[in-house]
Design a binder for this molecule. Sequence first.
Ligand code: 13P
Length: 340
Amino acid sequence: MDKALLSKTAAAMVAKGRGVLAADESSGTCEKRFTSVGVECTEDTRRTYRNLLFSAPGVEQYLSGVILFDETARQKAPDGSLVPQYLAKKWILPGIKVDKGVANIPFTAEEKVTEGLDGLQKRMKEYFDLGCRFAKWRAVITIGEGIPTHTCLYANAHALARYAAICQEASIVPMIEPEVLLDGDHTVERSEEVHEEALRATYAAMAAYKVSVEHLILKTSMVVSGKDNPRQAGVDEVAERTVRVLKRTVPAAQPGIVFLSGGQSDEAATAHLNAMAAMKGLPWPLTFSYSRALQNAALKTWRGQAGNVAAAQKAFHHRAYMNGLASQGKWRADLEKQAA
Ligand code: 13P
């Protein structure tokens, strides 16, 4: 465990004005996204599309890192080098998704636990050699009638902690992601309660497995209303509730917190981050680690056509720029219109 390297990596992930692109969609998720814009999802189209994102001119100003799927970490970039090396040359940290997706937890209402611990130590060494300097593991927590159960929170927290310890041992920064889904008709109050329980369970498990919080990045969902709830909390309320929960649960010693977008609109994800980052006196830097809220516009513009690549890169650059500003609390809605 190289603590100096871990500290350097974690600090770079949340460097001022920069954030992380999540481009680690599994092939199944990628297929859904591609189908929505009429593109066939093959190894080759996935490579073409992701290289379009990685090579977008100027985007490295706003991207501290990219989370890759295993397949992408072994593919060639536009200059012929492997993708992790290509990103490193642009001062973008290559990261890797290491979980293997979710399975149902027996005797629950189909609650999920994340798999992928078997053989992880060996895989982690290989990822380090490929140049990956941080890794992601996503746990999925659903809110509903009587759920999440303690069983679900406990099982996921322990898996996250076991994974995080394996990462740190291999000098790879763990990005721990306990995602509370926004699907459902729950209130924003309920979302706040569940986030608090999930984060408490997560950090208790980190302590149990001797994970160093100084070398850890949290990737969290925001406290928003369930998407089918008639009362949708506004930007300031989301920011206030999210930061309140984080202050209650996340150690101040942690180097930073990043957010997932989770199905929020592109602009809502930016506005929420901006409102939180603008708050004074927070113990950690906050930034983005979005997939959909960074990629939606680019994917819709691209549609698989070589002639649309430049326009798609521009759309991607714009979202990265807006979120780079938001991570410093410097975004304003009128900047969206000016740039459009
Ligand atoms: P979204 O921003 O689309 O929620 O994806 C982020 C992510 O990495 C989920 O694991």
